[in-house]
Design a protein around this ligand. Structure first.
Ligand code: NAP
Ligand code: GCO
Length: 266
């Protein structure tokens, strides 16, 4: 196979969850540029319309569907509909996710469950829905969007860290269980990426200075900057392409070096 062909996604169908904007959109856009047909879902019609418009402006015809990733019956029906209207899914990216920043002793069990439901249970539901057809087709790629919090803890993100740590192990388990069917399941662990999800951590102070968390991240990151959604594009294409056919159960951290670094010396 020619070198460029190994990284090409020509003829592949990629489903990226929660991809109207942010990291999911950037990954889907890169997949389209690599030749894939894009399918995405989001939680309501307004977001899906916003997404379809944004893809169109980027020159991409994307198939957008309203679907809650935590609703197993709805996801099963969605996968059947995608197979009928677009084709069998070759690549699934579990991107939809939420975070609640609440100190653990103040967090309700309902809030904890909601985060785990979207960030961990949903990738189980969506992966379970696509694996049978991937087995029949003889190949498949599942990419789970993990986090620094798959490895590290910090104040206020107990549910998110529990879910993203669990997602790392779900990744390894899907690899263990379905690797023999030529299905590769890997994760991407983004560092701190500038998206609406992290906007509260970057808000300017009243005097115009940086948010203390913003300065903290710059000091913790050897690259000395926040990542952009586009920083995830190349790694995401690699993990979706034939170039990574023997990479399985791996979490690729795309973090500007955070996990390698002890932090700025005083
Ligand atoms: P985002 O801007 O909040 O986008 C996530 C998308 O998922 C939104 O469109 C969201 O809709 C959707 N969503 C939420 N719940 C859903 C549900 N039940 N069903 C379907 N869609 C749902 O987040 P992002 O920053 O781009 O992050 C994308 C992924 O990367 C997440 O898994 C996140 O945890 C992970 N991540 C982000 C960073 C970062 O620094 N930004 C770092 C590491 C990992 P709404 O707009 O309605 O919420
Ligand atoms: C936080 C951040 C993180 C990032 C990301 C890090 O509050 O610490 O929001 O959770 O979003 O997941 O990789």
């Amino acid at each position: 196979m020619a070198f460029e062909q190994k990284f090409s996604l020509k003829g592949k169908i990629a489903w990226v969850t929660g991809a109207s904007y942010g990291i999911g959109f950037a990954i889907a856009q890169a997949y389209a540029q690599a030749g894939a047909t894009i399918v995405f879902n989001d939680i309501n019609q307004e977001l899906v319309d916003k997404g379809v418009k944004a893809y169109k402006e980027a020159g991409i015809t994307a198939h957008g569907y309203v679907c809650d990733v935590t609703d197993e019956a709805a996801i099963t029906a969605l996968v059947a509909r995608i197979e009928k209207e677009v084709g069998v899914i070759d690549i699934l990216v579990n991107n939809a996710g939420i975070i609640k920043r609440i100190p653990m002793t103040e967090m309700s069990a309902a809030d904890f469950r909601k985060v785990v439901d979207i960030d961990l249970n949903a990738p189980f539901i969506t992966s379970k829905a696509v694996i049978p057809s991937m087995i029949k087709k003889g190949h498949g790629k599942i990419i789970n969007i993990c986090s620094m919090m798959s490895e590290l803890g910090r104040e206020t993100v107990s549910a998110y860290a529990a879910a993203k740590g669990g997602l790392k192990m779900l990744t390894r388990n899907i690899c263990s269980e379905y690797g023999k069917y030529n299905i590769q399941c890997n994760g991407i662990g983004p560092g701190y990426i500038a998206t609406p999800q992290t906007a509260p951590l970057r808000e300017r102070q009243a005097d115009g200075s940086r948010h203390p968390f913003d300065s903290f991240i710059i000091a913790k990151t050897p690259a000395e900057r926040w990542g952009t959604p586009d920083d995830l594009a190349g790694p995401a294409v690699f993990l979706a392409s034939d170039a990574s056919d023997f990479v399985n159960g791996h979490i690729l951290y795309v973090d500007g070096g955070i996990l390698a670094y002890i932090g700025k010396q005083p």
